[in-house]
Design a protein around this ligand. Structure first.
Ligand code: FAD
Length: 253
């Protein structure tokens, strides 16, 4: 079958789904994406909880393959090394690579929006508020429920690809097939996002070209720069024990 006659149904328009759809449309496939969330370009919702992420060479290669690296580079801040903040207040800088090499801080939502914009430009259709409830691998059909209207529909396609993230409905459906081995384990750490706002003059309060880390043995805080002068920090902290999120049981703590 000619690729252009093949209908691909993608579940999830996150980072993987929206990038993959760019590759598929480029190769002539007819792509429809079904995404559980509303359109973040219209509703200004955050793309998951982590506001920015570190993009490395592997990520750039993925973007390059569909000609999107320039669009993303405009909104990415190079971080040439990690800045370690010790408990005694001393700071230690460790370069990630050679001169000119860096990983990049990029807005997760911004990146997702660029990928979705380009998906649509290249001919893919994205349906929002559509939660996949089941994939039937024998019949090659996927079922969806609209989270706003409650409408249910079942669709068929030549190829169904699940790119619906950590709690993938597609992967869950695979569990009902024969001889599919699968295991899932949970980390003992959770995370909490914090913000370092810009200085009064709008500049970054820490070196913006570094990924800042406060390592503290069993837990750590990291901070990545944003274009608006702020830093998004993530505190990776144990769920249980001491210290832990379980102990932070009052507003003051
Ligand atoms: C705190 C944190 C920090 C991270 N930092 C980095 C980093 O710095 N650099 C990096 O490279 N990676 C980082 N990651 C990993 C990165 O977030 C994942 O690798 C990436 O998001 C995976 O993309 P995805 O498209 O598979 O999943 P997601 O980005 O989660 O997208 C899944 C999409 O599917 C949709 N969906 C879910 N269920 C359904 C359903 N039933 N039906 C329809 N749609 C559905 C969701 O709404 C979402 O849009 C981080 C992850 C976390 C949690």
């Amino acid at each position: 079958m000619n690729p252009s006659e093949k209908k691909v149904l993608l579940i999830g328009a996150g980072l993987v789904g929206s990038l993959l759809s760019n590759y598929l449309t480029k190769h002539g496939y007819k792509v429809e994406i079904f995404e559980r969330r509303s359109d973040m370009r219209k509703d200004k919702i955050s793309a998951g909880r982590s506001i920015n992420l570190a993009l490395s060479e592997r990520g750039w290669r993925g973007l390059n393959g569909v000609g999107l690296s320039d669009a993303v580079r405009n909104v990415a801040i190079p971080m040439a090394g990690r800045m370690i903040h010790h408990q005694d207040g001393t700071i230690n800088y460790q370069a990630y690579g050679k001169e000119g090499q860096a990983i990049y801080s990029v807005s997760r939502g911004g990146l997702n929006c660029v990928l979705m914009d380009e998906s649509e430009k290249s001919g893919a259709t994205i349906h929002y508020n559509e939660r996949c409830t089941h994939v039937d691998l024998d019949k090659n059909i996927a079922s969806f429920e609209n989270v706003v209207t409650g409408n249910k529909q079942t669709l068929s396609a030549d190829l169904i690809i699940s790119s619906d993230g950590a709690y993938s409905a597609g992967r869950l459906s695979l569990l009902f097939t024969d001889r599919f081995n699968y295991s899932q384990s949970y980390l003992e750490h959770g995370y909490k996002e914090l913000t370092i706002p810009p200085a009064a003059d709008g500049t970054h309060q820490l070196d913006k070209n570094a990924l800042h880390i406060w390592p503290r043995g069993g837990y750590m805080l990291i901070a990545l720069p944003n274009m608006d002068g702020s830093f998004t920090c993530t505190l990776f902290f144990p769920f249980e024990g001491s210290p832990s999120f379980a102990e932070l049981n009052s507003k003051e703590k």
